[in-house]
Design a protein around this ligand. Structure first.
Ligand code: 26V
Length: 819
């Protein structure tokens, strides 16, 4: 790496020629006709020449070095735009900016031409993307395995305040410039059929799967560029294609559609990302996606393993497979099937390998998100896998019997198979039984996994259940998205902080420095202006950057309690109009959130916030003190504008429900103060910054559980608190939906007659009080600046580099290989 972080030889003239060549030959565009989009595409292709070369060379080095590697299996990788980020990792941002300038083009504008690859729903998918970035930055040998969805997470628009969904063709007609097709890696994937018994040439009784349908998995590689080094790792995304586009016999019969049916069905497997977040629906096509992903990935891992000259017995020594939640669990019986039926290993030998290869990360405790698949569905689609799951369970239940002899209720509870009207396979149980490590994603969450979700497993397999606290990549979430702050940090602590975030702790000494405070707050102001400009341009709402920018951006879910935030806004509205003594600093409440298309209450909450926004933003009686902005189509590229512009970060889930959160970390790094519950990683953030520099409120996990046990009655809070009552009752009027009362009543009904499952009313009073404290403290800009600076300075624990080192040292036992 050269002094300015450049890892490539960069020949500006050659690069400009390459861009023009791609423009004319790859995109068939003349220089005269080129649009900003075609320039962006051509530039992307020219840059991908570097990354593809380095990707192949990295693959070669790692095979030669016989390095142990991690395979990160995830149905989701929410990577966001790659061009700007890759330029930073390659150390070429300035060079390329200049080259494009010389061709009369502005790099910042060109970067805006890239569509977000939204191949994930939210936290879990974004975490996978940050982890790939940190693996490459620290050169821990890794391959990311995912799916090449034709359509990513739906695009959201609001029509009269209601969410509408549209398909997201993220690659555009021209294809994505960073991806490269790897035809030589194509895999065959079998489905359906039956299992048959046979005797092999040695007279051994064997079983084999006779499938009824075969499809093809085609590999697309996206380059994960190591920051400041020469390693480029593949994010390998599988696309499903039909192997039999025509069944000629049936075609000749005149059955045109029927003849093509296999093609239609196979073509659907990787069509679209399922838009559910935290809700299992048990759809057959989703199971097919999961198996398709696992079959292609496991086969590719074995291919690489053998290509590097290793034997199957050495698999667990050289490869580890991390399962990102239970979504890729079927990889476990798939590997067992291959070891038993293809390598002809005995059960014990196969189990020894498989159970020492896999590790599993749990990302949620919500019961409705814990995956189960009906035995009948698996039996029909994957008959041999169902047999193997039964055998794993049979042997596991013997272990349970040995530990708790005669205790059938424990057996029923721990069994991989849930008995009932229709038998179900519990994927989390299969994972815990079949892996060498299980981790939660924040200290509190991991304790709850041990205490509440899997207490008996924890007794049965001591040491298997552990914690790795989540993190986020400081490259995208500080350096790239917040250039102003980055320059300031570099000036004070030197330039290696993006790769060594511990360095930012040195900022602590400037927290009380008046000059630094001023410059830090000036950067914040610029970032608020950048967001305000976006809002004005895209939504036509004018904002005052002297107001407190208070932001909640995350998927819409009852447990995340956007409606608690809404009730607070309603209470401010009510007080501004009814209490002449009430004074508040101007505030803008921002929301960004997508609701799962089938989640009615979540959609009602979006509608309510939009309706309240419409009224509040145009009500002269409020004197501009209150604004509400719901940004449509919240996505990674918008997050990059929102996080740096926040004064206040809303992390207000019911304690015990948010496994970790990662947005909380991005806000704090960028100098927002958190208002949050003692949930997920908020707990550890408080430990790092100290109680004075975070606004904690609400019930603790144990208090939540106790209150529920005692019999929680939301009406008690409604009757006792007039502010709360006024806010809730506004939802039953036509205040925000003139002439049409009742349009927002579903939320109020859910909170009162619906029993308020997430204890919104119980936490309301403390939440309001804590916001009053924020209002008061913001007025003292020096104190606020000090606290904001301390948040930036004290966040180094939450770099995903640290998370990945924890995985590498404590779980994977993985060493870096420097190129
Ligand atoms: C579950 C399901 C169920 C089946 C249908 C599709 C689907 C898609 C995603 C999920 C899992 C959601 C779990 C999740 O995203 N958890 C989040 O993980 C973050 C990273 O660890 C963490 O910060 C968040 O707190 C946690 O909610």
């Amino acid at each position: 790496m050269t002094k300015n972080g450049q890892t490539q030889q960069f020949d500006k003239a050659a690069f400009k020629a390459a861009v023009e060549k791609h423009l004319t030959t790859t995109y068939a565009t003349t220089l005269a006709n080129a649009t900003p989009r075609s320039w962006y595409l051509a530039m992307g292709r020219a840059l991908a020449e570097f990354t593809t070369t380095n990707l192949l060379e990295t693959e070669k080095t790692l095979a030669e070095e016989k390095a142990r590697s991690v395979n990160y299996l995830s149905l989701e990788f929410l990577i966001g735009r790659l061009t700007g980020n890759n330029l930073i990792s390659m150390g070429l941002y300035e060079n390329v900016s200049q080259a494009m300038e010389e061709m009369g083009l502005n790099l910042t504008d060109l970067l805006e031409e890239e569509r977000d690859p939204a191949l994930g729903n939210g936290g879990l998918g974004r975490l996978a993307a940050c982890f790939m970035d940190s693996l490459a930055a620290q050169e821990y040998p890794a391959v990311g395995y995912g799916l090449h969805y034709e359509y990513g997470l739906f695009r959201q628009s609001f029509v009269d305040g209601r969410q509408e969904e549209a398909p997201d063709a993220w690659r555009g007609a021209e294809g994505y410039p960073w991806e490269v097709l790897r035809p030589e890696l194509t895999q065959q994937v079998n489905l359906y059929g039956h299992v048959e018994a046979y005797t092999d040439e040695n007279g051994t009784a064997c079983r084999r799967w006779v499938p009824a349908l075969t499809v093809e998995g085609v590999a697309w590689d996206l380059p994960i560029v190591g920051y400041g080094n020469k390693s480029v790792y593949p994010l390998r995304l599988w696309e499903c294609r039909s192997t039999a586009p025509f069944n000629l016999a049936r075609f000749n019969d005149g059955d045109y559609v029927g003849a093509q049916f296999p093609a239609l069905e196979a073509g659907n497997v990787t069509k679209v990302l399922y838009p559910n977040d935290n809700h299992d629906q048990g759809k057959a096509l989703r199971l097919m996606q999961q198996y398709f992903h696992c079959a292609c990935s496991v086969a590719d891992i074995l291919r690489r393993h053998h290509a590097a000259g290793h034997t199957i017995e050495e698999l667990a020594k050289l490869e580890t497979i991390q399962l990102n939640d239970t979504h890729p669990t079927i990889a476990i019986p798939e590997l067992m099937r291959i070891l038993l039926d293809e390598y002809k290993l005995g059960w014990d030998a196969a189990w020894e390998i498989a159970s020492n290869t896999f590790a599993y990360t749990n990302h949620t405790l919500l019961p409705e998100a814990l995956e189960t698949w009906s035995e009948a569905l698996i039996q029909a689609m994957l008959p041999r896998h169902m047999e193997i799951i039964f055998e794993i369970n049979h042997r596991f239940l013997q272990v349970v019997e040995a530990k708790w002899p005669g205790n059938n209720s424990i057996k029923r509870k721990l069994s991989i198979i849930e008995e009932g009207p229709q038998r179900m396979v519990r994927m989390a149980n299969l994972c815990v039984v079949s892996t060498y490590a299980v981790n939660g994603v924040a200290a509190l969450h991991s304790e709850l996994v041990k205490r509440d979700l899997f207490p008996e497993f924890n007794e049965l397999f001591p040491g298997r259940l552990t914690n790795v606290t989540n993190g986020v990549t400081p490259r995208r979430w500080i350096k790239y998205c917040n250039p102003g702050l980055s320059a300031l940090i570099t000036e004070k602590v030197g330039e290696d902080w993006p790769a060594h975030l511990e360095k930012i702790a040195e900022l602590e000494q400037f927290a009380t420095d008046a000059d630094f405070q001023k410059r830090y707050m000036a950067v914040k102001k610029e970032n608020k202006q950048r967001l305000a400009d976006w809002v004005e341009e895209n939504m036509g709402i004018e904002l005052d950057t002297n107001a407190i920018f208070d932001i909640q951006i995350k998927r819409l879910h009852e447990y995340k309690r956007q409606h608690l935030n809404l009730l607070h806004i309603l209470s401010l509205y009510h007080r501004l109009l009814n209490d002449p003594t009430f004074d508040m600093h101007p505030r803008v409440f921002f929301f960004g959130a997508k609701a799962a298309p089938g989640y009615a209450l979540a959609k009602d909450i979006i509608f309510a916030i939009n309706k309240v926004a419409e009224k509040v933003n145009n009500d002269p009686r409020l004197g501009g003190k209150l604004k509400v902005v719901f940004v449509p189509d919240y996505r990674v590229s918008l997050a990059e504008i929102l996080f740096p512009a926040a004064d206040v970060s809303e992390q207000i889930s019911t304690a015990g429900k948010e496994a970790s959160g990662t947005g909380n970390m991005k806000f704090a790094m960028n100098g927002a103060l958190t208002i949050g519950t003692m949930d997920g990683a908020n707990v550890e953030m408080r430990e790092e910054v100290g109680d004075d520099n975070i606004f904690i409120f609400g019930l603790l996990v144990d208090e939540v559980q106790q209150l529920k046990q005692e019999g929680y009655d939301p009406y008690r809070y409604y009757q006792a608190d007039s502010v709360l009552r006024a806010a809730l009752d506004l939802l039953d009027t036509d205040e925000f939906t003139p002439g049409q009362p009742g349009q927002l009543s579903a939320i109020r009904a859910n909170l009162l007659d619906g029993g308020d499952p997430y204890l919104v009313l119980a936490d309301f009073a403390d939440y309001v009080k804590t916001h009053e404290k924020i209002d008061a403290e913001y007025r003292d800009q020096k104190t606020w600046a000090r606290k904001a600076i301390l948040n930036t300075a004290l966040m180094s624990k939450f770099s995903s580099d640290r998370s990945i080192r924890d995985y590498a040292n404590n779980i994977w036992k993985l060493d870096p290989v420097n190129r």
